[in-house]
Design a protein around this ligand. Structure first.
Ligand code: ATP
Ligand code: MG
Length: 455
């Protein structure tokens, strides 16, 4: 029950009318066979990209040279981008990441053979049907990620495939076929030769599937090659009556619990924070005379560590800032009072302007996930968190002040009331007033606030 969208058919028809061969391939075919929501259509063709470019441009489509060095152009058909790539094989990889050459070929089977996994190496043509020389359909049915060809060789060629295997396993809910899994472990150290932003892209892809918990349980060694700080968490005994699990297993459980509490809709920042919330535990560990473990101030140390890891992975600032703040505040004591909730909103507002409400809800999900992932599901704390969310909803519904724009006075009011000139002093006074209002020391009332400046 799948049909190639019209824009994909048009590209294939145009290339074949000009005497070349063309197929849909890769993600669209895989997802269509799984009945999953449709996906960008990638086309592979015997036409050299220069010919493909001419043919598709002559049909009136906009064509962009998005990767001409590897034989890829992108045509925009009915507003949809379609990637068109010339059949190719890759030459030797001497550096585990870039093939020394790309060679165009005229047999689609050779092109399918250079693809990473059997489920990604299936071609489909509206008239000729499926071409599946590596039994990708069999693996779709079995729920397996299996390398095309000799897995070790394929991961040695390009170590990024190690993370791609984990990403597809997470995304599709598949297992990794045992020989592919074995090769994954043998070749994961090749990731050290891969550019960190490419690793960051794949890791972010894994995080966004919502299945990082599964990945941590099953592929900790691979992930530890991608983020060495995670390797330090594996097997790290917490020496604590509150923790039955080592730091890594606890982290995996928190990742899973966050999905449970958000119905699988956790934001990327919350997912990253679940992954990194305890990242500083190994470096802050101390033991007292009774042998009990302590991690004094670990969220404070963890926040900059989290930022450093995410920056190293070239993740965008709008993801890093909220993640860092969630890590920083995950152990912060929030009480079920309006004042405590407003203070938390203010902290998020300062770190991530405009996103305080959503991040405070995310913090409560993270705290709940953290609590239930310790020794027992901590029932008492869950009740406390329910109360805090109820207060948070009320504070928001009542429009209580926690951001500068909520304040009943403006910079101009402050200048008029005090005679201070424009400059940083005005902002300092406004921030001080906001803090008083958030703390409940002054009402958010213009006259009262201005009167407070005159004493
Ligand atoms: P999605 O885009 O949904 O993550 P996809 O299968 O389209 O999934 P892409 O990364 O867009 O994945 O790659 C498109 C196709 O190119 C893949 O299906 C695979 O056949 C091939 N491919 C991509 N990257 C590699 C790689 N590093 N090694 C081998 N083949 C690859
Ligand atoms: Mg794709």
């Amino acid at each position: 029950a799948y049909e190639l969208p019209e824009f994909g058919r048009k590209v294939i028809r145009a290339l074949e009318d000009a005497g070349f061969e063309a197929w849909a391939v890769g993600g669209w075919v895989r997802d269509a066979l799984l009945d999953a929501p449709s996906h960008d259509v990638d086309v592979t063709t015997s036409a050299h990209w220069r010919d493909a470019e001419k043919i598709l441009a002559s049909c009136g489509y906009a064509v962009h040279r998005t990767g001409a060095a590897h034989g890829t152009i992108t045509a925009v058909v009915e507003g949809e981008p379609v990637e068109v790539t010339t059949y190719r094989v890759e030459g030797d990889y001497t550096d585990h990441r870039h093939p020394d050459e790309v060679r165009f070929v005229d047999d689609i089977r050779l092109d399918l053979a250079r693809r990473d996994f059997t489920v990604n190496a299936i071609a489909y043509h509206p008239e000729r049907g499926i071409l599946d020389p590596f039994d990708g359909r069999g693996d779709l049915g079995r729920g397996l990620i299996r390398a095309v060809g000799d897995p070790r060789r394929r991961f040695e060629e390009d170590a990024l495939r190690v993370l791609r295997a984990v990403r597809f396993a997470c995304r599709l809910g598949f297992d990794i076929e045992p020989q592919t899994q074995q090769a994954l472990l043998e070749c994961a150290d090749g990731l050290e030769d891969i550019a960190s932003e490419r690793i960051g892209q794949e890791l972010d892809g894994i995080v966004r599937t919502g299945r990082m918990g599964w990945a941590l349980m099953n592929e900790a060694e691979v992930l530890g090659e991608a983020i060495p700080e995670l390797a330090a968490m594996a097997g790290f005994d917490q020496h604590s009556p509150y923790h039955a699990y080592d730091v890594l297993e606890h982290t995996a459980r928190v990742c899973m619990a966050v999905e449970e509490f958000t119905g699988g809709m956790a934001s990327p920042a919350l997912r990253w924070a679940a992954l990194l919330h305890d990242v500083a535990k190994p470096v802050t560990f101390t033991q007292d005379d009774a042998g009990q473990g302590h991690f004094f101030g670990h969220p404070k140390v963890g926040a900059p560590m989290c930022e450093k890891i995410m920056r190293r992975l070239a993740l965008p600032g709008e993801l890093v800032a909220p993640t860092r703040t969630l890590v920083r505040l995950h152990d912060h004591y929030v009480k079920p009072t309006r004042r405590s909730v407003r203070r938390t909103l203010l902290k998020f507002e300062n770190a991530c302007p405009g996103r305080a409400e959503a991040l405070t809800f995310a913090l409560l999900d993270l705290k709940r996930a953290d609590a239930v992932s310790k020794v027992d599901r901590v029932a008492g704390y869950a009740v406390e968190l329910d109360k805090i969310s109820a207060v948070l909803r009320r504070v928001i519904a009542d429009g209580e002040a926690f951001r500068m724009t909520d304040l009943a006075v403006s910079g101009r009011d402050v200048m008029e009331a005090t005679g201070i000139r424009p400059g940083p002093g005005v902002g300092m006074i406004l921030r001080e007033l906001l803090l008083c209002v958030v703390n409940g020391e002054l009402p958010n009332d213009r006259d009262t606030l201005l009167r407070s400046l005159r004493v």
